[in-house]
Design a protein around this ligand. Structure first.
Ligand code: MG
Ligand code: MG
Length: 272
């Protein structure tokens, strides 16, 4: 059952989302060659606690860390490690935080120094597909409309859309109804309703959509060992339209990037 949120609850969820957004912005400055993902994990945990929240993933389904850290061919659910990042890596960082009982949960794939053109394109297209999907998250549409849009966009670039892992409703638990696949058929699946909040999160592979799970029970990698990207936003359905609760603005501030990609999904301007 999809749990509708009141306007007040959506504002609380925005608060939780923005703590995650700020955490990713803080990390954007720290992602560079030589840094370990375990160090970034420590920074994130401190930052989240300093902002009056609790890490959302730590202990959830027994996950041992604050961040899911998935470099290169890892898709999602990787552990932070003491292996330093190297120039040319990509690193998908997924972060959760809980405040006022509500979860924030989003992700960004960062370039470590200079990356090759093909990988840069994968990151760009995956991020664009996130907004292509969000645009379909509106009253009158269904779950399949979002998935269809993301899948068409990514496959038109020759990329593989991961099937086994999906976006989800978000609220007082991390994974609520409905599941939000990044593939699907137009007009199929559950109907969107006012006040629902979802995490939309394309996980897109440069090659095959096929994945495999490591023996650790968590880490997911691409079957062909080609890179994979992951971008995630938290979105509420307000007045029939998608309203972004999260932002990549803190990341762009940290990296000196100008972007207006989020503007069409905000009913009021976001002051960073
Ligand atoms: Mg996430
Ligand atoms: Mg998620």
């Amino acid at each position: 059952m999809i749990i509708q949120k009141t306007r007040e609850e959506i504002e609380l969820m925005r608060e939780s989302a923005l703590i995650v957004s700020k955490t990713l912005g803080m990390l954007a400055k720290e992602v560079k060659p030589g840094v370990t993902t375990l160090y970034l994990d420590k920074l994130a945990e401190e930052f989240i606690r300093d902002h009056g929240a609790v890490p959302g993933f730590l202990g959830l389904y027994d996950f041992p860390n604050t961040l899911c850290m998935s470099p290169n061919e890892q898709v999602v659910h990787g552990f932070p490690t003491d292996v330093p990042l190297v120039e040319g890596d990509i690193i998908s960082i997924d972060c959760g935080a809980v405040k006022n009982e509500f979860y924030g949960d989003h992700a960004y794939t960062f370039a470590v120094g200079e990356i090759d053109k093909d990988t840069e394109k994968l990151l760009q297209v995956t991020k664009e597909s996130l907004y292509v999907g969000i645009r379909e998250f509106k009253l009158g549409n269904r779950v399949g409309d979002v998935g269809y849009a993301i899948q068409q966009y990514c496959e038109s670039h020759g990329y593989g859309v991961v099937r086994e892992l999906v976006g989800h409703g978000l609220g007082k638990t991390m994974h609520e109804d409905p599941e939000m696949p990044n593939y699907g058929r137009r007009g199929r699946g559950k109907k969107f309703i006012e006040g629902m909040v979802v995490a939309i999160e394309p996980m897109i592979n440069m090659g095959t959509h096929r994945i495999q799970q490591h023996r650790d029970g968590w880490t997911i990698t691409t079957k062909d060992k080609q890179p994979s990207a992951h971008f995630e936003h938290n979105v509420a359905l307000v007045d029939g339209k998608p309203e972004l609760l999260s932002t990549f603005g803190y990341i762009y501030d940290a990296l000196g990037i100008e972007s207006d990609e989020e503007n069409e999904f905000r009913q009021k301007a976001l002051v960073l």
